[in-house]
Write a protein that binds this ligand. Structure first.
Ligand code: ATP
Ligand code: MG
Length: 474
């Protein structure tokens, strides 16, 4: 192994036999090792010496691995802690990753696996220390600020990103299309010690089975028809950086087996080769599919799923955080105006109201596209509701006919199935009712009604003529 990569490693386990195995494995790579037989002893070591990595058992006679993790964090926040887990304690391992553990190793261990984990852990500690020196901060939040959201789910999401970013943990990002999965992956990379190294994104659904394998893992010359020279794969291209596997639910079982190998011992084999190559890549995975379901159907490996789901991040659909819609509209309106070199436009209150009730099957991406389309297609200095889709048809008759004037501001529920209907007629009817309702509530005062609906007076006057509305007193 390369000089400078060996480290000072503290081994915490109450079984002398376990400690012996680890010591002998780690010494092969010239690491220096220290042993602690329990939590108390580990605390004393951590308080008095510096280490580059800690390997700790989970359950010991005088306490738990999590206490060791906590003590390690207190002595040096950059220190990587690796958990040693026994069969059937995967839950605990997952929990420890949530608390900031760097990695976990399942007993019984293979010597190469232990050594690879030690290498990565020491390297990670070193990177974090360097990073802290350079940046003067323990956690860098850049990149996450672009993820807009005041809803508590998004606030929690940003916090989670800040916590997982400095580790090398694999993260499984789930959410419907357009919720911001790739945005989250990029934010994790940018806030991580790997930010100056490549971020490589690959859409697994875009390749056939065989192509995906050679794309990810590379191939040797002659591995298949057309492979006229050997080529490195994306994992090698992402060395020391982050690989983002989008639509990972679509990977073939063969590719899944290879991915599992990389995640457990950092090794890959190119298609058509037998020689393992070592790579240091942090893997982030996204899917809009229910992977647990795929595991049940046996199209997704369970062991891989557990590896990937160590740190799950779920992004809720936009319709479950509607309070963020106005803020997102503002932000996108500003961005789009700048991009298109147009003056920024107001989004009228009625337009906003219809957006607040819409279902957004395409989530945040759809919202951005809608605003962009309104900028391009409309020439008015205010974006009105006619630019936006309304709720689906099935509820329309109920909303328009049955409710009549009583509850005309209410738009039909957006989640119901789509049917064809006359959009223009529906929009006009709704708009007319809204105007009538607003005028009624202002006692016929047009200036005030226009203000409440976010319309200019002349726009309201135009609409009054169009719908043949004669306000009281005129
Ligand atoms: N919270 C947010 N703040 C700002 N922009 C966002 C937010 N969420 C999503 N976006 C924007 O919405 C668009 C879609 O996001 P992204 O591509 O990350 O979604 P995705 O979940 O990967 O979608 P898909 O499953 O279709 O690939 C991007 O332009 C992204 O910048
Ligand atoms: Mg995506």
């Amino acid at each position: 192994m390369q000089r400078g990569k060996m480290g000072r490693i503290l081994i915490v386990d109450d079984e002398p036999h376990m400690r012996r195995i680890l010591v002998s494995n780690l010494r092969q790579d010239q690491h220096q090792t220290w042993e602690a037989a329990g939590v108390q002893e580990a605390r004393r070591h951590l308080a008095t010496s510096d280490y580059d990595a800690v390997f700790t058992d989970q359950k010991m006679q005088d306490g738990e691995g999590l206490e060791v993790l906590k003590a390690a964090r207190e002595s040096d926040p950059s220190l990587s802690v690796v958990f040693l887990t026994a069969v059937g304690t995967i839950e605990l391992a997952v929990e420890s990753m949530r608390h900031g553990a760097f990695d976990f190793l399942a007993k019984p261990f293979q010597p190469e696996v232990v050594r690879a984990a030690a290498r990565r852990a020491c390297e990670q500690t070193r990177l974090r220390r360097e990073n802290e020196l350079l940046k003067g901060a323990v956690v860098r939040l850049e990149g996450t600020s672009e993820i807009y959201g005041r809803n508590e789910s998004i606030v929690a999401l940003r916090e989670k990103i800040a916590r997982v970013a400095p580790t090398s943990a694999t993260v499984l990002i789930t959410g419907e299309t357009g919720t911001g999965k790739e945005l989250v992956a990029r934010a994790i990379h940018h806030s991580s010690p790997r930010s100056s190294k490549p971020f490589v994104a690959v859409n697994c659904a875009a390749f056939t089975e065989t192509l995906l394998e050679s794309e990810l893992f590379g191939h040797e010359k002659g591995a298949f028809t057309g492979a006229d020279r050997s080529r490195q794969g994306l994992f090698e291209a992402a060395h020391e950086g982050t690989l983002f596997l989008d639509e990972a639910g679509e990977m073939s079982l063969a590719a899944q087996a290879k991915l599992l190998r990389i995640l457990t011992d950092g090794q890959l084999i190119r298609v058509g080769s037998t020689k393992p190559r070592t790579v240091d890549v942090r893997v982030l995975v996204a899917t809009h599919r229910d992977l647990e379901q795929r595991v049940r159907e046996a199209t997704f490996r369970q062991d891989l799923y557990y590896r990937l789901a160590v740190v799950p991040i779920h992004i809720p659909p936009l319709r479950e955080r509607r309070d963020d819609i106005p803020g997102l509209c503002q932000m996108f309106s500003r961005q789009i105006a700048t991009d298109l070199k147009l003056p920024q436009r107001r989004i009228s209150a009625t337009a906003l109201q219809s957006l607040m009730q819409y279902g957004f099957p395409g989530n945040v991406r759809e919202l951005r596209n809608l605003i962009e389309r309104a900028y391009i297609l409309s020439t008015q200095d205010e974006i009105g509701p006619e630019n936006f889709p309304v709720a689906p048809a099935s509820d329309v008759p109920a909303a328009v006919n049955n409710n009549g004037h009583k509850d005309s501001g209410h738009l039909p529920s957006p989640e119901s199935p789509q049917q064809s209907f006359d959009l223009t007629a529906f929009l006009e009817k709704t708009e007319k009712e809204l105007i009538l309702k607003t005028l009624a509530s202002t006692g016929g005062a047009q200036a005030e009604a226009a203000r409440r609906m976010g319309l200019s007076r002349s726009a309201l006057a135009y609409k009054l003529t169009k719908y043949g509305i004669k306000p009281a007193g005129e």
